[in-house]
Design a protein around this ligand. Structure first.
Ligand code: AHR
Length: 319
């Protein structure tokens, strides 16, 4: 056997051993709810990956309530699960329950949102740079309007959630040196399509039937899709009369982009579970500590990036 073959064999055996070690592990997953298409895709991908890796996944839907998430985590601890995945609805209020998981020696991995607790309370956090996402959206708008005056309305995500806080900060960072860009109205739409539409209707009414609005910045695509409907019902052309930029890259926003009704989106991958499970497997195998933050990529898509093709490629992925 050559050295190379030997090394390959050893590596393959190590991988098999890790997989065997991970197989049969029980993982509790406290999910926020199903407020958006992106969230649905994250749930589907987590369930699929858990199945493929041979884990027992205990799934709990918190229906947007932090108290339900805390109760679910306590129940996972009582059951003695091997690890907990937590997508935290808001950033604050996790100290006690994370401390309880730590005392029970159950590793916790945060998915897609951050918490304000000390980072020694969890094993790792998988997610994107949420401030950067807002900056990408703001930079795109500044470049697109190219010095023209632009009154912006903003649909914020769930109040107190890290994406709502950070995406707002990032966008404001990007436009602060552009005197022609001004956020004139900003309100939460709770990351849902229905509230995105409802809040946009009130923005349109308050802004001369929408004629005084140049652009919409929505913290997620679902709110943008709801707002697009409101803009159309107000007799304006979304994507033209009012520019639309948002975050997630879900299939429906690509459909809207292909139809000329949305202009740009920043991708957030729904595959948070893959890096989370890889980190857990390395930790179970030999105690390898992952980085405290495992960052996923953020990419800007515009109407020039084949939105019809992107829609086709994503439409059956569980969104
Ligand atoms: O935390 C990620 C955000 O939560 C997604 O952008 C949004 O769609 C979701 O509900």
């Amino acid at each position: 056997m050559t050295t190379r073959t030997l090394m390959t064999t050893v590596a393959a055996l190590a991988m098999t051993a890790t997989a065997a070690l991970a197989e049969g592990q029980t993982i509790g997953f406290s999910q926020i709810g199903s407020e958006s298409g992106w969230r649905a895709a994250e749930t589907t991908l987590t369930q699929t990956q858990a199945k493929e890796r041979g884990y027992q996944l205990q799934f709990s839907d918190a229906q947007q309530k932090q108290e339900n998430q805390i109760a679910a985590i306590r129940s996972f601890i009582a059951q003695g699960v091997d690890a907990i995945l937590l997508a935290p609805v808001v950033a604050t209020g996790w100290d006690s329950v994370l401390e309880e998981a730590k005392e029970a020696e159950i590793p916790v991995v945060l998915l897609d949102r951050q918490v304000d607790s000390s980072d020694d309370m969890y094993l790792t956090a998988v997610g994107s740079n949420l401030v950067h996402e807002g900056e990408v959206a703001g930079t795109w708008l500044a470049e697109t309007v190219a010095g023209k005056d632009c009154r912006i309305v903003e649909l914020q995500g769930t109040t107190g959630s890290s994406p709502a806080i950070d995406r707002k900060t990032g966008f404001e960072n990007a436009i602060k040196d552009h005197a022609n860009l001004q956020i004139v109205r900003s309100q939460t739409g709770d990351f849902t399509r229905a509230q995105g539409k409802e809040v946009m209707e009130s923005f349109l009414q308050a802004e001369n039937g929408g004629k005084d609005i140049c652009a919409l910045y929505a913290h997620n695509d679902d709110m943008a899709v709801g707002a697009i409907q409101a803009i159309k019902e107000a007799g304006l052309a979304p994507g033209k009369d009012i520019l639309v930029v948002s975050i997630d890259a879900v299939p429906d926003i690509f459909k809207a982009m292909a139809d000329g009704e949305a202009n740009a989106t920043v991708e957030l991958t729904p595959n948070m579970a893959g890096p989370a499970f890889d980190a857990l497997e390395a930790y179970w195998k030999d105690g390898t500590m992952p980085a405290k933050f495992i960052q996923t990529d953020s990419r800007l898509y515009t109407q020039a990036d084949d939105p019809a093709g992107e829609y086709e490629a994503r439409k059956d992925l569980g969104y």
